[in-house]
Design a protein around this ligand. Structure first.
Ligand code: NAP
Length: 271
């Protein structure tokens, strides 16, 4: 367990959530601060949604506080309270990191999409010119769809239980990245013919969930990617490995986001 020395000069960061017990950001950031001699600390900020405006007013007034990680259920509300949003947050209308600048203005951004793409790239997959099938069009899926198109995919098909959400997301992504052919599909659309299949649905979080896609219908060379982190090896990944497919796990998305968020909130973690 690292021991931080806190003084009047220590920069404070918060992880904003409700509930708070499950958050892991302090256990990720504080050892990094200690290892790299960064005079900073990250602490939990347990704020009920009803109290968010009062908490934000207090945070703006607290000059020791430099930035926040933001998680459920505050990502959309905090984005609406920011003075400025980066590209990732603007696209999805939600922020998972906030920086307080010298004038105590709040700058928000969202690194879900960038983190996902960086994680898969680090695992050796190049999106350029690829045909991608994304399962799901929820909060994380929205961010990932923009990032996949931005990373140079030739086409992106978004299959979702609620097809209208897939269609709407596809049209927004295509508008911003017209070089990528984007379409919405029903959840049971044919999954053959893709280089990469990404599961962004929450299917796989719980024992007994059905698989989000029938692995037997994928091409042999299709790579299968997951964003669920617990369990580490979801039923989808197990089935994909058993079927001989290369797989990418959910954890690198978080690891890459931590680096991106750390740089954004002003405490870059050296490589
Ligand atoms: N690795 C990471 O860093 C990271 C980051 C963020 C999230 N995640 C994981 O990503 C997953 C999704 O999170 P989220 O915030 O995007 O959730 P969300 O906004 O609630 O979206 C859930 C998605 O799953 C679909 N879905 C849910 N239940 C389904 C079912 N029974 N059958 C078919 N489709 C179903 C939803 O379809 P509808 O639109 O039809 O409801 C929607 O597309 C979670 O498992 C979360 O743990 C991982």
């Amino acid at each position: 367990m690292p021991t931080l020395t806190i003084t009047g000069k220590t920069t404070v960061y918060g992880i904003l959530a409700h509930p708070i017990d499950h958050v892991r950001a302090p256990t990720v950031f504080n050892p990094q601060f200690e290892t790299h001699g960064i005079d900073a600390v990250m602490v939990p900020f347990h704020v009920h949604p009803d109290d968010l405006p009062a908490a934000v007013a207090g945070m703006k007034a607290n000059r020791s506080l430099r930035g926040l990680c933001v998680t459920v259920p505050h990502k959309v509300a905090i984005a609406e309270m920011c003075d400025e949003l980066g590209a990732g947050a603007k696209r999805v209308g939600a922020a998972n990191a906030v920086l307080f600048d010298a004038d105590r203005r709040m700058i928000g951004d969202n690194f879900d999409g960038q983190g996902y793409v960086a994680g898969v790239k680090a695992g050796g997959f190049d999106f350029t010119g690829k045909d991608v099938l994304q399962l799901g069009a929820g909060g994380a899926g929205m961010a990932i769809a923009f990032a996949v198109a931005e990373a140079g995919a030739a086409s992106l098909s978004i299959a979702n239980r609620t097809v209208a959400k897939a269609d709407e997301l596809a049209s927004r992504v295509h508008k911003l990245f017209p070089g990528c052919a984007v379409r919405g599909l029903p959840a049971d659309a044919d999954p053959a013919g893709y280089d990469l299949v990404i599961n962004t649905t929450s299917l796989g979080l719980h024992d007994g969930d059905p698989l989000p896609v029938d692995i037997a219908r994928l091409d042999a060379a299709t790579v299968v990617s997951e964003i669920i982190m617990i369990p580490e090896e979801t039923a989808l990944l197990k089935a994909a490995k058993a079927g001989g497919h290369a797989v990418h796990y959910g954890r690198p998305m978080l690891d890459e986001q931590i680096k991106l968020i750390a740089a954004f909130i002003g405490c870059p973690i050296p490589a």
